[in-house]
Design a protein around this ligand. Structure first.
Ligand code: GLN
Length: 193
């Protein structure tokens, strides 16, 4: 049964523990992913927030790029948050760095600058219902542009903050840092019977 299969969280660095709590709140079972074999039989995968350069060092030490692309090609849902969104992008700037290219978007690291590097915003996201969502941004990237196959699910200011390309989702904020489980439920289909 799909809802018995765990959802993985890439757990080299960053706020993977907060995502595990968020998944539990959303009614799912988390699995910390540190070895490629941990990807087996997962219902989905989260690339958490943290420091994308540090995560890249782990991802490039073994054929993780191929393994994650294969995971995505099998149609399983992915969610990248903040640093995780940077890893999913097609193009990364400030500075340029390798990325998985699973979402056709260009992201600029630390795009909100140093003076406002962490902030919260409140936003109503139609796809999640009428109740507003609190968005926590921590040294967040800015999504500068998206390709035609990318759907923008939420925009804050002039920039998309939550997007999807098929079953692959990227958020520049931290949905795992509030009690609101709707993003995790939406991405992984946990609110459907
Ligand atoms: N600034 C980090 C990076 O560029 C991302 C910050 C975060 O994930 N909260 O990787």
């Amino acid at each position: 049964m799909r809802d018995r299969q765990p959802i993985g969280i890439l757990s080299f660095q960053g706020d993977f523990a907060a995502h595990a709590e968020a998944l539990r709140r959303a009614g799912a079972t988390p699995r910390f992913v540190r070895h490629m074999a941990d990807l087996t039989d997962l219902a989905g995968l989260i690339l958490p927030g943290g420091e994308s350069t540090t995560m890249l060092r782990f991802l490039q030490a073994e054929p993780w790029f191929a393994a994650i692309r294969e995971f995505a090609a099998a149609g399983r849902p992915l969610l990248g948050t903040c640093a995780g969104a940077i890893l999913l992008a097609r193009v990364v700037t400030q500075p340029a760095q390798p990325s998985l290219g699973l979402v056709d978007m260009t992201v600029r690291r630390n795009g909100y600058g140093r003076q406002v590097d962490s902030f919260t915003a409140t936003l109503t996201i139609p796809r999640l219902g009428p109740d507003p969502l609190e968005l926590v941004f921590i040294r967040a990237p800015i999504i500068e542009s998206v390709g035609p196959s990318v759907e923008v699910l939420a925009t804050w200011g002039d920039h998309p903050v939550w997007v999807r390309q098929g079953q692959i989702f990227a958020a520049t904020f931290h949905p795992e840092m509030t009690d609101d489980a709707r993003i995790h439920q939406f991405v992984f289909g946990l609110n459907r019977p």
